[in-house]
Unconditional design. Structure first.
Lengths: 560, 249, 102
């Protein structure tokens, strides 16, 4: 590990957290629960998201414990079904979808574009309350018997054959969906209408472009899953017949409506993470992102193409062969913009001045693991191979590579990158680097064996399996334990850093974004004066000039 | 432009505006605020388009599969009530658009009148819907345990079916009329729910309009609600054509 | 200022609204009348065409899109486009199922 670092901290003997900042400017519980400040709402989200993440993680732990042995000995099969269902529901709707947008997006989009807040602060707060309501309802569902249909609620299982809490879980997801819609709506309006003077579209940080693309998906795709949940609810309660073959309905119609959202949902989950990666790679290689325009447009391209590939989740379900052909072809196309990003990030690193701070370690993890996950998606998008690989552990490995190896690593990279700005404190570097490496190792042990298990034929969502698969499952569970340690460590040292971390100062990473040109933690109103954007994004020369000017001023004032 | 009055606000004028009470702190000008909230309302309407989109998808699929059942089901709806409701809703869109004009030209009494007319027309629409729904309930055409396919197996003994000259349907096709009615209640019910919410907001707005809240330059609420109301009208325009007018010859 | 540095606020005159009102009422009468005439396959096409014309008038004039910014027009267009993609691609699956296994 290189001992070079670009971290530039203020003199610790004299540095203080600025007395007036968004955390101290108002006091009392109500000032948090009724806040309009996007930064406070981001913190509220961060705390609640972490809570739900660990519940989802505990459920994952239960899954891996059960799968240590080929028999169903830890829990009954029905219980196992409930465990993996809730793991999926909580991780997707209550962690991954809101993760980066609701925390880092909320906190930093206004600052990055030079605005005082998002366009609709009350709607922002409403988003958080809807998220909490949905989350609490999901917990209630768990406490009252759970649901065992899988997070995909496939009909007619979910409508006609189970006696579990499909309705409450559906309602929880419905409510969480509206939370997501309002967040996306807020971002789109803000990015269009509240940019500071001089902040043209092509001077925006790529983080903003990524969130813009994800927000389009949030706003346009989520309502379709909302109506599909309404239809399930009515099918279950009244028996309207839309998904019931005995009444002439088609169960596949549910899947069309469900996946019309749930495929774009995976891009909702990953795009903001990709935005984080752009920021981190640029900062820690001291170079502007290679091919800015290509990366910006590729975010939008992923969003647009992402709308047209949903039926690749339905290849074996009974859609027509012609549909299979068309959707398979379109799926190949959607991989291209993601690949463009990986290439451009790599070229950003090339001949850059690289230092290995924690955010960049997570980023390297992202790039390798997301690439593997993405490439395995090609096997699944090819309908011929999909027939063999779908509904096996290959799929489970694929989406965990992109979501956990990709998205979650990006989330952690972002949290570490912006921690100094949000809290004014630095986290301890050595242990955080260790945690990143532990996470990477644990992740690979957990999920790589699952690719092999899948190709060998182990089905997903099964509590028991043939004994010859046990060794790989044991590897996977062992990896999960290491992974758990890797995720627990940041909780501990980040909390520690709130009191004991070094004072970070305005710009410890010497980064170029507008958010780094103001105090840490920021003021409630973000900026003292409205900034005017007069330089390109990732303009390190501009940053050097700023630093030189500030040093000159400091000399003048100390001399005079 | 011969058909509209143009009032231009330059950026300079906006910058020199006083900060009215309704200007939220995070906006730089009332222009920006109005612009942003208008755009936000359009985005919200997009979500509504996609929400109803799922229902229209289901409708088109099942109409394609079970056309005879959809024809017979549609003949059970009263075209006169449906057409009347369409006229009512179009008229209410007109009164709503006039309301926006009154707000823009600072006609407080005109605005209250227009909003009140819109409200009355909206209530009339719901009243007619109630009449229609009650008739459906009485004839056991509500999907669920009490659904009856008698009228489709034996149209001669059903008033609406015989008036339309329906032939008896085979048993399985007669059963599929339940899908038609599911979609009928779903789509018109979802539409009615949006009407009820709109009416609630209208009541609130009439109270505020009487106090002059919307005729002092801050017309955003009326404009944006107008967008919502027109959208609900557009949904009905399609529902009427698709549900009521399937092959009436 | 982001996008509307020169913001012209058009106030649409009531005369326009009255014309559109009558056009919509006429369209309604037309569509009801057309449904009573046997035009075979063209019946649903005409019904949808009239409905779409009415909707277009409402969008352009009552909802002021004709006098709105490019952004508003783009927003409306993208909503319609995506709605058509949802309906069209889903229906394409259902329609092509009947074509058999290649």
């Amino acid at each position: 590990m290189s001992s070079d670092t670009i971290v530039l901290l203020p003199d610790q003997s004299t540095a203080r957290i600025p007395k007036r900042n968004y955390l101290t400017q108002e006091n009392g519980l109500l000032s948090w629960l009724l806040t309009g400040d996007h930064k406070r709402i981001a913190i509220l989200y961060l705390i609640s998201l972490s809570f739900f993440f660990f519940i989802g993680g505990a459920l994952a732990g239960l899954i891996r414990l059960e799968l240590l042995t080929p028999q169903t000995d830890l829990m009954a099969t029905d219980t196992y079904n409930k465990v993996f269902t809730m793991h999926g529901v909580i991780m997707i709707f209550f962690f991954l979808v809101p993760s980066v947008p609701a925390t880092l997006g909320n906190f930093f989009i206004p600052m990055m574009i030079g605005a005082k807040d998002l366009a609709l602060p009350k709607i922002n707060l409403l988003s958080w309350y809807l998220y909490m309501a949905g989350g609490l309802l999901a917990l209630y569902t768990m406490a009252t018997g759970g649901v065992d249909t899988g997070w995909t609620f496939t009909t007619p299982l979910s409508t006609h054959y189970v006696n579990t809490n499909v309705l409450t879980t559906g309602l929880a997801a419905f409510i969480a969906g509206f939370s997501s819609i309002f967040t996306g709506l807020n971002f789109i309006v803000t990015i269009h209408k509240m940019r500071a003077p001089g902040m043209t579209w092509f001077r925006l940080p790529l983080f903003v472009w990524a969130h813009y693309a994800a927000s389009i998906l949030m706003v346009l795709a989520t309502p379709v899953v909302a109506i599909s949940i309404v239809l399930i609810a009515l099918e279950r309660t009244i028996g309207i017949g839309v998904f019931d073959p005995t009444k002439g309905g088609d169960p596949l119609l549910f899947q069309h409506l469900f996946w019309f959202y749930s495929h774009p949902a995976v891009y909702i989950m990953i795009l903001p993470g990709m935005g984080v990666i752009s920021e981190v790679i640029s900062t820690f290689s001291r170079k502007r992102v290679f091919g800015y325009t290509a990366v910006a447009f590729s975010s939008v391209a992923i969003a647009v193409f992402g709308f047209f590939v949903w039926a690749h989740h339905m290849f074996i379900m009974g859609i027509s062969n012609y549909a299979v052909l068309v959707f398979s072809l379109l799926t190949m196309l959607v991989a291209v913009p993601s690949a463009i990003k990986i290439f451009n990030w790599t070229f950003t690193l090339y001949k850059g001045s690289i230092t290995f701070e924690t955010p960049l370690i997570y980023t390297f993890g992202f790039m390798g693991l997301f690439t593997i996950g993405g490439l395995t998606g090609v096997f699944l998008g090819t309908s011929g191979t999909d027939i063999h690989l779908t509904e096996t552990y290959f799929i489970v490995a694929h989406f965990h590579f992109v979501m956990v190896g990709g998205m979650l690593m990006a989330f952690l990279a972002g949290i570490h990158f912006w921690w100094p700005k949000m809290t004014g404190r630095m986290y301890p570097e050595k242990i955080s680097q260790l945690a990143a490496v532990v996470t990477f190792i644990g992740f690979n042990f957990t999920f790589f064996p699952q690719f092999i298990l899948g190709t060998l034929g182990m089905p997903r969502r099964y509590a028991s399996y043939p004994p010859e698969f046990q060794i790989l499952n044991v590897f996977s569970t062992a990896g999960a334990t290491i992974l758990g340690v890797g995720y627990l460590l940041p909780v501990l040292y980040l909390t520690w850093s709130l009191k004991y971390g070094a004072i970070a100062g305005d710009n410890p990473w010497q980064a170029t974004g507008l958010e780094w040109q103001t105090q840490s933690p920021p003021l409630t109103e973000n900026f003292v004066e409205m900034p005017i954007m007069d330089h390109e994004a990732y303009d390190y020369e501009w940053l050097e000039n700023q630093t030189k000017n500030r040093e000159k001023e400091a000399e003048v004032t100390s001399a005079g | 432009m011969p058909d509209s009055t143009t009032i231009a606000h330059g950026a300079e004028a906006a910058a020199h505006e006083e900060h009215p009470a309704y200007l939220r702190h995070h906006f730089n000008s009332t222009e920006q605020q109005a612009d942003a909230s208008n755009f936000a309302m359009w985005l919200f309407l997009l979500t509504e388009v996609m929400f109803f989109g799922g229902l229209f998808t289901a409708y088109l699929i099942y109409r394609n599969w079970y056309y005879p059942a959809f024809v017979s089901g549609s003949h059970q709806l009263n075209v006169i009530w449906g057409t009347t409701n369409t006229f009512v809703l179009i008229l209410s869109s007109f009164t709503m658009a006039m309301g926006v004009w009154c707000a823009e030209t600072r006609r407080r009494r005109g605005l209250v009148l227009c909003l009140s007319l819109t409200l009355v027309l909206g209530l009339a629409f719901l009243g007619i819907k109630t009449v229609e729904y009650r008739e459906k309930i009485e004839k056991h055409h509500v999907p669920g345990t009490h659904y009856s396919i008698g009228a489709f197996l034996d149209p001669a003994h059903d008033e609406a079916a015989s008036a339309a000259g329906d032939k008896p349907l085979a048993l399985d096709m007669a059963r599929h009329t339940e899908v038609y009615f599911s979609l009928y209640f779903l789509m018109t019910g979802m539409h009615a729910l949006h009407m009820i919410i709109g009416i609630g907001i209208l009541v609130f707005m009439i109270v505020r309009a009487r106090a002059g809240a919307y005729t002092a330059g801050h017309v955003t609420m009326v404009e944006n609600f107008g967008l919502y109301w027109h959208f609900v009208d557009i949904i009905w325009i399609y529902l009427f054509a698709l549900l009521y007018l399937i092959s009436r010859h | 200022m982001s996008e509307t540095s020169e913001h012209a606020h058009h106030i649409v005159s009531p005369k326009v609204y009255v014309v559109i009102l009558f056009a919509l009422l006429l369209g309604t009468a037309l569509t009801v009348g057309a449904s009573f005439v046997d035009l075979g396959l063209w019946n649903p096409v005409i019904a949808l065409a009239i409905a779409t014309s009415k909707a277009t008038l409402v969008v352009l004039y009552f909802m002021h899109v004709k006098y709105s910014t490019k952004l508003t027009k783009l927003t409306v267009f993208s909503g319609i486009f995506l709605f058509l993609a949802l309906v069209g691609m889903t229906l394409a699956d259902y329609v092509s199922r009947a074509w058999g296994q290649w």
